[in-house]
Write a protein that binds this ligand. Structure first.
Ligand code: LLP
Length: 429
């Protein structure tokens, strides 16, 4: 469900015409629907309302302050993987005691920042990290609340780059060593074991792997209890998929029902870290056709958005539907929709049947709310695009378009290069 719908052949985001926003903001830009974000968050939360639970939205999927503020207002927490995401979360008003910190490579300064902020829990991914957290907490005279992230070795059957719960992946501790690691953790003076966590992968379109993982974790929890280690928080991670094309992922209700059934009677607080399922279909990338070109083999539609703005098609061959913002005719062509970047991998769609378009037409790259802006870059010195949020009949630029000045922010020319040196042999050959 989303709020990007046509009225008389014009695409609207809620009650605002997408062309009107393009006219005012210019292209390309990301556009998010407040009503869709809210609906997705509340639907997900409701699926778990029968048990004590906390929805920690995964900041990496969309970390715009306005988006985070919206979830903060709905009672959401945050799943972070860096000091930068912690900063964003706190700036957006997410209470620190609703923040969980995952990631295989937490630096000491990030651990200290999180400890000082009073986050809910560190999802610790290795024995060395456990030691680091303990030492850092000792220095700050604190006790760090931790979960160990375990790797349940289930196959989420998703793209290999985004599967994380297999033995071959770098994440978490394997099930065999987890019990020993828990014993070590329990013996550390500045660590308090409060939870267990896992995350099996992303864009998972079946409930079975989540349930397999949960069963394996429950087994581990039972064996921990025999050593006198008890768990208060069970963090199942994120990963529920969405429909980009033909996928039929379970509805959050179905996912919630299956998880709660598998969980059975328990005293845990369940933590979930959804990202994509909340924001994916709540955002689009709006771009304008710059040129059209007929090659010998195929047609090209050259647009002003590129792989630096939305890298998913180039990186994962991900499918994003492409719609016209104004539907004015029905004829279709087969084409690649490409950006201006100097790489053949710079495409938003390949060999796609799309409506015939003209120079100046606006296109909407659908389902771009997750891992869209957050993975964008300045490659080819392209300023990053603005993000806009619509609520009802209002829209607001929630991140301004970068300027050329922004591109060189922080760069400087060292004194030894400040004048064009006469004796610069290299330059003169
Ligand atoms: N929790 C942890 C520990 C994670 O690593 C992730 C995603 C999530 C939660 C949220 O997963 P979600 O609900 O969004 O599936 N850039 C890729 C996705 C990478 C996901 C990495 N981890 C993409 O564009 O598809």
């Amino acid at each position: 469900m989303h709020h990007f719908l046509y009225r008389d052949n014009y695409m609207f985001c809620e009650d605002v015409s997408v062309s009107e926003i393009a006219g005012q903001v210019g292209t390309p830009f990301y556009l998010y629907s407040h009503a869709t974000l809210r609906h997705h968050f509340l639907t997900f939360e409701k699926a778990f309302e029968d048990v004590p639970s906390l929805i920690c939205f995964s900041a990496k999927s969309n970390s715009n302050l306005a988006v985070l503020r919206l979830f903060a207002g709905l009672g959401g927490g945050l799943d972070i993987v860096s000091g930068g995401e912690l900063f964003r979360g706190l700036q957006a008003g997410i209470p620190p005691d609703r923040i969980v910190f995952s990631g295989v490579g937490k630096r000491e300064d990030e651990i200290a920042y999180a400890l000082e902020s009073g986050i809910l829990m560190f999802n610790v991914e290795s024995l060395q990290e456990l030691e680091s957290v303990n030492q850092c907490a000792a220095r700050l005279d604190k006790k760090a609340p931790i979960a160990l992230r375990v790797n349940p070795d289930v196959d989420p059957k998703t793209h290999p780059y985004i599967s994380t719960g297999l033995k071959e992946n770098k994440f978490g501790l394997d099930m065999k060593s987890a019990a020993e690691a828990y014993k070590s953790a329990a013996a550390l003076p500045h660590v308090e074991v409060i939870g267990i966590s896992c995350h099996i992968g992303s864009q998972v379109t079946d409930v079975a792997p989540f349930i397999d993982a949960l069963h394996r974790i429950k087994e581990l929890i039972r064996s921990l209890e025999t050593f006198g280690i008890s768990i208060s928080y069970l963090d199942l991670g994120g990963g529920l998929g969405i429909t980009y094309d033909q996928e039929a992922p379970p509805h959050p209700n179905e996912y919630g029902k299956a998880v709660l059934e598998a969980l059975g009677d328990s005293a845990f607080t369940l933590i979930l870290e959804p990202g994509r399922v909340i924001v994916g279909n709540a955002g689009i990338l709006v771009t304008q056709v710059l040129y059209t070109k007929s090659g010998e083999e195929k047609d090209f539609v050259i647009v002003d958005a590129a792989m630096n703005d939305l890298v998913r098609p180039a990186l994962y061959k991900a499918f994003h539907a492409i719609e016209r913002v104004v539907r004015d005719q029905e004829e279709t062509i087969r084409a690649d929709v490409v950006g201006p970047i100097c790489e053949s991998g710079d495409f938003l769609a390949k060999d796609r049947d799309i409506p015939r378009v003209e120079v100046g037409d606006l296109l909407a790259v659908m389902s771009a709310g997750a891992y869209g802006f957050t993975m964008s870059s300045n490659y080819n010195s392209r300023p990053r695009v603005p993000e806009v949020m619509v609520k009802g009949d209002q829209f607001h630029v929630v991140r301004a378009r970068e300027s050329y000045e922004d591109l060189i922010k922080g760069e400087s020319i060292p004194p030894f290069l400040s004048a064009f040196a006469e004796d610069d042999g290299l330059a003169r050959g």
